[in-house]
Design a protein around this ligand. Structure first.
Ligand SMILES: NC(=O)c1ccc[n+]([C@@H]2O[C@H](COP(=O)([O-])OP(=O)(O)OC[C@H]3O[C@@H](n4cnc5c(N)ncnc54)[C@H](O)[C@@H]3O)[C@@H](O)[C@H]2O)c1
Length: 259
């Protein structure tokens, strides 16, 4: 029996089979969870439906997290099928592409800053807010962050403040929902070639640098992030909340690599 048997999980953020959310959906399905998946827009629907078929997900719904009405519609649709939600995975981020290369100070705009905070950070608590009546003691929420929340890196720019805000969101949500037995955690993943990452300038250099300097001397995979996510959202992690778990080959501990 898988360690997520009997859990019902809403996974937001599948865009392709290379998405981190796909790695998470696969791991959770393998461990016995029942899944609901969402797709951001019609262009992504077929791809998400393929992943739903692979993971046995019976519920596939449209969701643009910028729209409260769509968030409410998703919760209503799920509520008509499930009596509770045990897991919510938020694996979503967005910033205007032109702000993800070059000088941070020169490229950032008020609109880009607001948009990246809204889609990449606020939407996590927005999902929790809308799902609140269906969350139960033992429910677990998870989001995906990056090292730029706490360190500077070239090109990541406006997404750095967005990830810092997301990690603060995790702590405030954990503190707020903990007394009701609901856990909130975060995985800070190492760089992985996905659609979202392709929009960030110098991604290839970042991966190469990580392979040379991380303690494990390699990048990480969506399968590895998926396994850690399944653990964090399962009862095996019942004592863990408000945490940022690094799945990055140890890269975040390095001050200077011996090589
Ligand atoms: N790939 C990496 O190197 C890496 C590293 C650390 C953290 N992350 C984070 O992992 C998460 C998933 O990204 P990914 O790398 O799997 O890329 P991805 O492009 O596969 O996933 C990003 C997802 O965000 C969704 N999205 C964007 N705007 C949305 C909106 N308005 N409404 C609903 N969905 C929206 C997209 O549809 C897509 O499914 C992001 O938060 C990203 O910042 C990625």
């Amino acid at each position: 029996m898988g360690f997520m048997q009997g859990k019902r999980a809403l996974v937001v953020g599948v865009a392709s089979d290379r998405s981190i959310a796909s790695g998470i959906a696969e791991a959770m399905a393998r461990e016995g969870a029942e899944l609901a998946l969402t797709y951001q827009n019609d262009k992504l629907r077929d791809r998400v439906q393929e992943i739903a078929a692979r993971t046995g997900s019976q519920i596939v719904l449209p969701l643009d997290v910028a729209e409260d009405a769509q968030i409410d519609a998703v919760m209503q649709a799920i509520g008509s099928r499930w009596s509770s939600i045990d897991v919510i995975v938020h694996s979503v981020a967005f910033a205007p592409r032109e702000q993800l290369s070059g000088s941070y100070v020169d490229t950032v705009t008020r609109e880009g800053f607001k948009l990246s905070q809204d889609i990449s950070s606020y939407s996590f608590v927005a999902l929790a807010k809308a799902a609140r009546p269906m969350l139960r003691p033992g429910s677990a929420l998870l989001t995906i962050s990056y090292l730029a929340a706490v360190r500077t890196l070239p090109n990541y720019n406006v997404m750095g403040p967005a990830k810092a805000s997301l990690e603060a969101n995790v702590r405030f949500m954990a503190s707020d929902l903990g007394p009701d037995g609901i856990r909130v955690n975060c995985i800070s993943a190492g760089p992985i070639k996905t659609l979202a990452a392709a929009g960030i300038g110098g991604m290839r250099t970042m991966l190469h640098y990580m392979e040379k300097t991380a303690p494990l001397r390699r990048g990480v995979t969506i399968e590895e992030v998926g396994n850690a996510a399944a653990f964090l959202c399962s009862d095996l992690a019942a004592g863990i909340t408000g945490e940022t778990l690094y799945v990055d080959g140890g890269y975040h501990v390095i001050g200077m690599s011996p090589d």
